[in-house]
Design a protein around this ligand. Structure first.
Ligand code: PHE
Length: 344
């Protein structure tokens, strides 16, 4: 049986090399068919057993079966190898849900909103209520009730967007003084933040849509010192303990006396003569304030002999400029994520 043994071992070697070379399942199957298939090489060898003397046939059969068993084991092994490789490759293409992803970008509150919330928080801690009102208002609330009759030149100062003859987008939050006092008998203590609109050309200091925070306190015995104290407290809360506040005499039809309120320039601290932010004055204007005019108190049914009050209206964008040391209000509305990220 020397020949058969040699034949089988040569066959096994060739088979092993072919199996090793099979690059995928299809190639492997072709090798299987060529060697172990119905018309494969092993079958040819089996057929030749018939030519042997009968006593040697069983031995030869066993030798062939052993060789086939070895070959089948090789096939199995290669099959397992290829399969593992395919699984690996497909895993590489799959999404690994356990892998740490790109962290989502969370936004933050808009700086103007933050300043509004902090200012309101300050007043709430002092017992004031926060109230909101309409942005489209009749001229009665915007002007008449605020001691600005039709044809009064002060109307010119509020360059307004009119919806029709008597309705306009409010150019200030002062209508909320009237709405509050008409709804509640004194004492009242409110702040009213919200959007306002004016037909202003947009520049570093002006937007046609902006925000104001209105404040109103009416009770018996209220005087200008209370106003100064509260607004100085507000600026120190928002901007820091050493912030200075200045009250300049001014005019508003709905307050008497009236003042314009300034605070220390955040850029130069009031020390530079050529500051780009305050123009060298050292002060930034925040808004107007004053003692509520007796005509306004009378309009809402309050008795100016019994109660007195103060009011103020600050620009929220102005507060944000000072707080975040930004020298152009347009930055607050042009939506540049890099800008907001710095302030977050
Ligand atoms: N409403 C005024 C303005 O917009 C500001 C102001 C409010 C002045 C309250 C005095 C009292 O210019």
């Amino acid at each position: 049986m020397i020949e058969l043994a040699t034949l089988l071992s040569a066959l096994r070697e060739r088979f092993a090399a072919a199996v090793e070379a099979a690059a995928d399942e299809r190639a492997l199957d072709e090798v299987r068919v060529a060697y172990l298939g119905r018309n494969g090489e092993v079958t040819t060898i089996r057929r030749s057993i018939g030519k042997l003397p009968p006593e040697r046939r069983p031995g030869a059969g066993k030798e062939i079966n052993d060789a086939v068993a070895v070959m089948e084991a090789l096939l199995q092994e290669r099959h397992a190898q290829l399969e593992a490789r395919d699984v690996e490759a497909s895993l590489e293409q799959r999404i690994d849900v356990t892998f740490l992803g790109t962290p989502p970008q969370f936004g933050s509150l808009h700086p103007v909103r933050r300043v509004i919330e902090d200012a309101c928080g300050y007043f709430e801690r002092h017992g004031f209520a926060v109230v909101l009102g309409p942005e489209v208002e009749p001229d009665y609330y915007n002007f008449d009730a605020l001691n600005i009759p039709p044809e009064h030149p002060a109307r010119e100062g509020f360059d307004s967007f009119w919806v029709n003859d008597s309705l306009l987008l409010r150019p200030h939050t002062s209508p909320m003084q009237i709405r509050t006092m008409q709804l509640h008998p004194p004492p009242v203590a409110i702040v009213a933040p919200g959007r306002c609109y004016r037909r202003d050309a947009v520049d570093a200091r002006h937007l046609f849509q902006f925000h104001q925070i209105e404040g109103l306190l009416v009770a018996s015995g209220v005087h200008f010192g209370h106003l100064k104290g509260m607004l100085t407290g507000l600026c120190r809360t928002l901007f820091g303990a050493y912030q200075q506040v200045r009250f300049r005499p001014s005019f508003f039809p709905f307050t008497e006396p009236s003042a314009e309120v300034d605070t220390t320039c955040p850029k130069c601290g009031g020390r530079a003569s050529a500051c780009s932010m305050c123009g060298g004055s050292g002060w930034i204007e925040l808004g107007g304030a004053g003692m509520v005019h007796p005509n306004v108190l009378r309009e809402v049914g309050y008795d100016p002999e019994v109660v007195s009050g103060w009011a103020f209206g600050f620009g929220a964008e102005r507060l944000a400029l000072v707080r975040y040391d930004v020298d152009d209000v347009r930055r607050f509305v042009d939506g540049d994520p890099d800008f907001f990220e710095q302030l977050a």
